[in-house]
Design a protein around this ligand. Structure first.
Ligand code: DGY
Length: 345
């Protein structure tokens, strides 16, 4: 047996809560986790196989997961010790929050830190789709550019047009702020209407979804995915949209009926689309990637080094709060459960 000091350190180590991290994330987040937990890392740039996840979660107190790891009843049943789940994402549609609450498992996410980065990327998609940036890039790389042509790759203007924002939370509002710089008219639709002072701050007018679809040159999606928004944008919605309109989706794939989108793009029912997310991600609907009037990104909207680092630290802090400090994580999803679990905090 070593000197008493070392023994104490050893004991503290073995008593540390055990946490599983399902994916490689920025090292700063691991550094914070390593200070507090006995860590098990699935350090790959690929999804942790489900069977392995179900095995490894068995003795864990905490889980740091990403948006492709389903936290459902099956996982919870495989994890009798689990007390906290931190998802490295703002969206938590992959987490069964009710089932977690029933088992007294605290769930936290990463809102706020990715708002501006996601809004920037929304504009990258919107501009690229409308001004045909990706087609032009492919044309150049193929060595096909033989000189300036007045009729080459004519896109549609963005400035001065009408932007329809579906889902007017943090990200939708950040997108609206940027629209002011383009001198655009902004319509928005959400379950809840904002106070008029806020609406005028964003220069945005509330309207019902159908009016927004009919009246917008660009429709951008920023709502959460749940039963009420699944296939919100379907064949009926495309039929309402302007033929000159572009759709942008940097929220969640299943909000759009992707087969109907392919049909609409093929038929010229709408002019174009910019997509960061897919209905059956990472797969794309048949024919989508062959269409030239769509810009496709691999779920990159929050992918700046700064933001992904902040997301990692926030997710890690959620676990430290719930498992070590025994207090509600600042970004707990279920505040009511936290009030029950941490009454003094
Ligand atoms: C999220 O956080 O929900 C995004 O989809 C990835 O950053």
């Amino acid at each position: 047996m070593g000197p008493p000091g070392r023994q104490l350190l050893y004991n503290r180590r073995v008593d540390r809560p055990k946490v599983l991290v399902t994916r490689a994330i920025p090292e700063e987040a691991f550094a914070l986790l390593e200070k507090h937990f006995k860590l098990e890392r699935y350090d790959k740039h690929a999804a942790m196989p489900r069977a392995l996840l179900l095995r490894r979660i068995r003795d864990k107190d905490g889980l740091l997961c990403i948006l492709t790891d389903k936290v459902d009843v099956e996982l919870l049943e495989a994890a009798p010790r689990l007390k906290a789940v931190a998802t490295y994402s703002v969206g938590f549609d992959h987490v069964d929050v009710k089932a977690c609450a029933l088992r007294r498992v605290v769930v936290s996410n990463t809102p706020g830190v990715l708002t501006e980065t996601t809004a920037d990327f929304t504009w990258a998609l919107l501009l690229a789709a409308s001004r045909r940036v990706v087609e032009g890039d492919a044309f150049m790389r193929a060595g096909r550019y033989k000189g300036w042509d007045p009729m080459m790759f004519l896109g549609g203007d963005v400035h001065g047009k009408t932007l329809g924002i579906v889902g007017f939370g943090r990200i939708g509002q950040a997108v609206a702020r940027r629209a002011q710089g383009f001198g655009m008219k902004v319509l928005y639709y959400d379950r809840q209407r904002l106070f008029t002072e806020l609406e005028s701050q964003f220069g945005a007018r509330y309207c019902e979804l159908d009016e927004l679809l009919r009246g917008s040159d660009f429709v951008t999606l920023h709502c959460v995915l749940d039963a009420s928004t699944f296939h919100l944008i379907d064949a009926r919605a495309f039929a309402l949209m302007r033929r000159s309109a572009c759709l942008v989706n940097a929220a969640r794939g299943p909000i759009v009926d992707e087969k109907a989108l392919v049909a609409a793009l093929r038929a010229g029912r709408i002019r174009g689309a910019g997509l960061d997310v897919y209905e059956l991600e990472p797969k794309t609907a048949a024919g989508l990637s062959r269409l030239r009037n769509v810009v496709l990104a691999p779920h990159l909207a929050s992918a700046s080094l700064e933001t992904r680092t902040k997301m990692g630290l926030m997710a890690a802090q959620g676990l430290v709060d719930a498992l070590v400090r025994r207090k509600a994580p600042e970004h707990a999803v279920d505040r009511e459960l936290c009030r029950e679990l941490f009454p003094a905090a």
